[in-house]
Design a protein around this ligand. Structure first.
Ligand code: ADP
Ligand code: SF4
Length: 678
């Protein structure tokens, strides 16, 4: 039957190759990189299986003088790298999709910590790769050096073709790569590579021409170009030089992959940007070229995708995060199962795989990163092994996911929650400023649960240990969450903070009990909660001081690319920011804080204190029920999610999913439960 989404499934010619549809997984980092090629190949292959017509690598180092350590990206330094890359192209081709590779020479964005080589760049300048402050500089690339780099790029393209890639990128985006730096207005080289726009575009033009000449007969040559850096006249502008650059190179590549720079802008979180947020920057590109254009914007709605194509914004729907949250998004649209799409929530936990140097994970998709080592499939799960019934107490993210996945296996599942609304912490947190999209965690799971006949959900049902035993289920899973501490104990303080004041916790605030007047928020959690509560209270008219023992505010949000925007928002709301300070004591009218390095004390007038420190696992039921397990009244008892160990939402979902996968299995705690790449 024809559908309004058919347009998404039209094949698209890209130079000498044809994409089977318009779903295009743009290059994205993943923390596997060259170090774990099997895990990487399985992850990419899963997207092809799920219907993504093009699946690309992450940025791939073409030469040892552009070594991106400590990050794990792709590597194609020599022929020795071909077999590992072939694992990916084979995994992608198996499902009829095209494989793309993003060749990258990063110049001063490469820290070369591993190779100890000096990277080439426009001129000798402080390195910005690695931590961003690695103590070293690049060396000036002479004209001969540029010739060398072109030779390396060409050799990498030929190797990429041999590895089986169908689309080869010339990369000039994300404020990374020498090709992008060359385009900059700051490029005042006096040779034919600097000064005029024609000169500044020369290197990118040469890379495209070289690549076409080397592999263009059978491979498509794509350009990834950032049309705006959101730096005003200090950077690339979509209504400025980006137009001239695209005009001058318009028909040269076979595909334009356009976005905004830097990565924090390209992958803006849902707290700061919505679906389609890049359209206003990239929409001009299609007017300047006849070549296919791919763009991104965290599209999860098929209607928005169709609209972006019909309005002439792009030809292919590019995606990193929507393909991570749901590798089967295209197939679900094709099958008309739109309600089954597991929509990305825009939290950027996936990004932390790269920024923390570990395999990629996803809040919505607990199988992400587990495709090879645990052989987890995002859509398939082993059928039940017994007729046993399972009672799950707590319908937060952990309980919802455990119930859903056990239900999918075919087990009879009873899920209860004391609250009228499902979702636990996510129900509360998604009501905080700008976190509405996080509700997708609950919505997707509830939709699935409603469709599975063997899951029975009882909201408004608080359970005691007695209730649980009387319910008669032989297997109990406790997903009862955690409670924010009220005593200030956490990473910094191992003993309660002393004093007498109006104390609030995030639980109080999220349940509508808000302080007034001068409020001190003490953040020893360091992720989003402290900052988001500061935003809430400042918007509510409080005079807020955000105190943290860390060196920076919301320190861990650096890894989700949000920290700068958090600072900007809090400063705009006149929140007083006090890093490097620990809360020492408090009274009804003031708080004493100490500098974490000098121990200098200061007193801050405050009417109320909000403690964002550790959480206490709600594991009382577990301890009450343990004797019943010992006495054989229960066959199994398992604690999952925040009740086991408080952590991020992604971990609660993972924990629930793991419990479902491991149910009825014999688990040997002495054995690593997954394959390890060595
Ligand atoms: P997690 O992140 O581990 O899923 P949450 O705190 O989000 O944890 O969810 C825990 C859920 O468990 C909450 O919705 C809470 O209402 C529910 N809950 C806690 N204790 C009980 C109980 N004794 N009976 C029923 N539901 C409970
Ligand atoms: Fe989306 Fe968050 Fe998953 Fe990344 S981790 S794909 S942002 S849901």
């Amino acid at each position: 039957m024809p559908s309004r989404y058919d347009i998404l499934f039209q094949p698209i010619q890209i130079g000498p190759v044809t994409a089977p549809n318009r779903f295009y997984q743009v290059p994205h980092c993943n923390g596997f990189g060259w170090r774990m090629p099997k895990g990487l190949a399985a992850m990419r292959g899963m997207k092809a299986e799920g219907g993504w017509g093009v699946v690309c690598t992450e940025e791939t180092e073409i030469h040892h003088t552009s070594d991106l350590s400590p990050f794990f990206e792709g590597r194609i330094w020599s022929d020795d790298d071909i077999p590992a890359l072939q694992l990916m192209t084979e995994a992608v081709h198996k499902h009829g999709s095209l494989a793309g590779i993003e060749l990258s020479y990063n110049g001063r964005d490469a820290s070369n910590l591993y190779t100890r080589a000096a990277p080439f760049d426009l001129f000798s300048r402080g390195l910005v790769g690695g931590s961003g402050y690695e103590p070293g500089q690049s060396r000036t690339a002479s004209k001969d050096d540029l010739k060398q780099i072109r030779k390396w790029h060409r050799a990498a393209a030929i190797r990429a073709k041999r590895a089986g890639f169908d689309i080869i990128y010339c990369y000039a985006a994300h404020n990374l790569t020498l090709a992008f730096h060359m385009l900059s207005k700051d490029n005042d080289r006096t040779d034919e590579y600097g000064g005029s726009l024609e000169n500044r575009t020369r290197f990118l033009r040469e890379l495209i021409e070289d690549t076409k000449e080397a592999v263009g007969d059978t491979c498509a040559v794509a350009v990834r170009f950032a049309v705006d850096e959101l730096l005003g006249t200090d950077g690339m502008q979509h209504d400025g030089e980006a137009r001239d650059i695209i005009s001058s190179l318009a028909e040269l590549p076979d595909l334009w992959d356009v976005n905004i720079s830097a990565w924090k802008n390209d992958s803006i979180t849902s707290r700061f940007g919505k679906e389609g947020h890049q359209e206003k920057y990239i929409s001009f590109v299609k007017q300047l070229t006849t070549k296919p254009v791919v763009g991104v914007g965290r599209y999860t709605s098929p209607d928005s995708m169709v609209s972006a194509i019909e309005r002439g914004i792009m030809d292919l729907i590019g995606a990193a995060r929507p393909s991570i949250a749901d590798p089967f998004l295209p197939n679900k649209i094709k099958a008309g199962k739109l309600e089954d799409i597991r929509e990305c929530i825009g939290c950027n936990i996936c990004v932390t795989g790269d920024t923390r140097f570990v395999p990629i994970r996803c809040t919505q998709n607990p199988s992400m990163g587990e495709e090879w080592r645990r052989e987890w499939h995002p859509e398939l799960i082993a059928p039940k092994k017994s007729e046993d019934e399972i009672l799950i107490v707590g319908a937060g993210p952990a309980g919802l996911e455990a119930a859903r996945a056990l239900g999918q296996r075919g087990y009879h599942v009873i899920l209860t929650d004391k609250n009228r609304e499902a979702g636990g912490r996510v129900d509360l947190e998604s009501k905080l400023p700008n976190l509405t999209e996080w509700r997708r965690v609950i919505d997707w799971r509830l939709t699935q649960i409603q469709k599975i006949e063997n899951i029975f959900f009882y909201p408004s049902s608080p359970m005691t240990a007695k209730d649980i035993l009387e319910a008669g289920a032989p297997h109990i899973i406790l997903a009862t969450g955690s409670t924010w501490r009220r005593d200030g104990m956490g990473r910094y303080h191992s003993r309660p903070i002393s004093g007498n004041a109006k104390i609030f916790t995030p639980d109080d605030l999220m349940n509508g009990n808000l302080p007034t007047g001068k409020v001190l928020i003490y953040d020893d959690d360091h992720y989003y909660m402290g900052g988001v509560l500061a935003e809430l209270l400042a918007e509510n008219g409080c005079e807020v001081t955000l105190v943290t023992p860390a060196q920076t505010i919301s320190a861990w949000t650096e890894h989700t690319l949000e920290q700068e925007r958090i600072y900007k928002r809090l400063l705009a709301l006149n929140v007083n920011l006090l890093p490097h300070h620990a809360l020492a004591s408090f009274s009804p009218i003031a708080a004493t804080v100490t500098h974490t390095i000098t121990s200098a004390e200061s007193t801050l007038p405050s009417d109320a204190i909000v403690l964002v420190t550790d959480r206490i696992p709600n594991d009382a039921l577990y301890h009450e029920l343990k004797p019943a397990l010992a006495e054989g009244k229960l066959k199994s008892l398992r604690l999952i999610g925040d009740a086991e160990a408080p952590n991020i939402i992604a971990q609660a979902i993972f924990s629930g999913h793991l419990a479902a996968r491991e149910f009825d299995e014999v688990i040997n705690p002495d054995v690593t439960p997954f394959k390890v790449e060595r």
